[in-house]
Design a protein around this ligand. Structure first.
Ligand code: NAI
Ligand code: MG
Length: 352
């Protein structure tokens, strides 16, 4: 039997609640074994220790087959501290330069657009995940004076941008849709970084003549995602643009409760990390109201990445079938159930 060691970082708020359901699903699977080591890193940890994770946190995480993360951030700790001190540290430290985010509608009742059904909303984002606008380079000078200056610099390297583009084209080749890659740019205004982005996209596209390519500015992309979502297949974006567009994508799927993600180091030099797109949702935390589907779908992405696509499919079927009868599911899905009940129902349907 295959055995995997998983590092579990539930984090804060609803991250803790949805994580329990992700683990429930993994423990439910047969013919595969997981050991879980839980790390209590997050905002509460920060308030006690003055840091979001242990100093040797990356060293500790290195040995695992994969990492599961819930969400980080809570009132009382500034968001840039919680995000940079944990999530971005792991993404960047483990060179998880691909952020995969599927935007797929499972049930047309959840789509806010009229006359769109499940075939129309099925795209996947390949978001650059370690540099770009989130590289963390910049500074503040003359702080606290009227002459205060803030600088935040984007970093785009040829090596990384090229790898991200290639990943997107390879994915388009594998996916059973239009074999198309859409590049999201803003080269009209960002005359260095995005002109460079376009150049690398064009260069990479030449290696994939059978794959269709198109390129839109980010503002137009946002509009087309609503007007003609059915025309998208694989979408490749920089870090910031991908972050924003995938929340829009989440709403096409029925909300953040559906949006799953994977932070991947394709070379497998370091563990990859699987986490829902949503945050810690403090206003509903601790009430059992959080939809665990995004977390469970992220668990499915982990199974796929570990080479168990059959089990990934089993989890996905459980999610899809559970959506048929909403009564006992969480309120965002129209039910009166709790996070934990929703997890139980998904497990039930995984059997069938
Ligand atoms: P959020 O994703 O936590 O919440 C946005 C909205 O979606 C809220 O109305 C929330 O109730 C709802 N929502 C989110 N997930 C849900 C779920 N599973 N089921 C039902 N409803 C759900 O984003 P927000 O409010 O901008 O940020 C809250 C905190 O989370 C902040 O501290 C922020 O920095 C952090 N954050 C962390 C992320 C991460 O760890 N990856 C990502 C985004 C935000
Ligand atoms: Mg986001």
């Amino acid at each position: 039997m295959k055995k995997y060691n998983i590092a579990v970082i539930p984090g804060d708020g609803i991250g803790i609640e949805v994580m329990k359901e992700g683990i429930k699903v993994l423990n439910f699977l047969e013919n595969i074994e997981f050991t879980f080591d839980w790390y209590d890193w997050g905002c509460e940890y920060y308030l006690k220790h003055g840091k979001m994770m242990d100093d040797d946190g990356l060293e500790k995480l290195k040995k695992y087959d994969a990492i599961l993360l819930g969400a980080v951030g809570f009132p009382g700790v500034e968001d840039h501290i919680s995000l940079r001190g944990l999530l971005l540290k792991i993404r960047q430290g483990f060179n998880q330069y691909i952020n995969l985010r599927p935007v797929r509608l499972l049930d047309e009742r959840d789509c806010p657009l009229k006359n769109k059904d499940v075939q129309d909303i099925d795209m996947i984002f390949v978001r650059e995940n370690t540099e770009g606008e989130y590289a963390g380079v910049g500074g503040i000078q003359r702080e606290g004076t009227d002459d205060e200056v803030a600088i935040q610099t984007s970093i785009f390297t040829k090596r990384n941008t090229k790898k991200v583009m290639k990943y997107a084209f390879e994915l388009a080749k594998k996916r059973n849709k239009f074999n198309k890659v859409t590049s999201v740019t803003k080269s009209n205004a960002l005359n260095y970084s995005m002109v460079f982005w376009d150049k690398v996209f064009e260069e990479t596209a030449k290696e994939y003549e059978r794959i269709q390519k198109e390129s839109f500015h980010v503002d137009a992309t946002a509009m087309y995602m609503l007007q003609k979502p059915e025309t998208f297949d694989v979408i490749v974006t920089s870090n910031l643009f991908g972050d924003i567009l995938t929340d829009l994508g989440a709403s096409l799927q029925g909300g953040l409760g559906f949006a799953a993600g994977a932070n991947i180091n394709p070379e497998r030099e370091y563990p990859s990390m699987f986490e829902p797109v949503h945050g810690s949702a403090p206003e509903i935390a601790g009430k059992g109201l959080a939809n665990p589907i995004a977390m469970i779908w992220s668990v499915k992405m982990m199974l796929d990445f570990l080479g168990h696509e059959d089990l990934g499919d089993q989890v996905m079927k459980g999610i899809e079938r559970a959506l048929e009868d909403r009564e006992k599911l969480t309120p965002d899905l129209g039910g009166k159930g709790t996070t934990s009940q929703t997890g139980d129902i998904i497990c039930e349907y995984m059997k069938k």
